[in-house]
Design a protein around this ligand. Sequence first.
Ligand SMILES: [Zn+2]
Length: 136
Amino acid sequence: MTSPTTIADRAGVAHRMTRKTSRLGEPKSRFGTLKPRLEAADFRTVKPPPKRADPELLTPEHRAWRATVLKNAGYRCETCGVKPPMLIADHVIERRDGGARYDPLNGKAACPSCHSLKTAQERAKRLAARPSPSSA
Ligand SMILES: [Zn+2]
């Protein structure tokens, strides 16, 4: 059941509100929102460069490797076992550490959480292996 209602906001602008009742009988409201009149201010003095995908990740070879890795893992995260809406094909030995790029044995399906954790751990290892600037 739908009963359209018109209500006004604090500025007196009318909004249409549709009230629906869910299958369980509790009232469910849908309140259409308008685009904000002002853009959010951006006070950053240095802006990050636009995000661009690594061109290598767009190659057919990489896509085929990714598809194989995810299929072999049964589309589940190989670390925690969840089946998330988005899976990442991760290089077990990272490309920058000399890992084979297109070897399915160097691939592991990871959910975004497990992938972030692994990437952070690898980065920490790399930083720890680097000589500190004070000892130079
Ligand atoms: Zn996971």
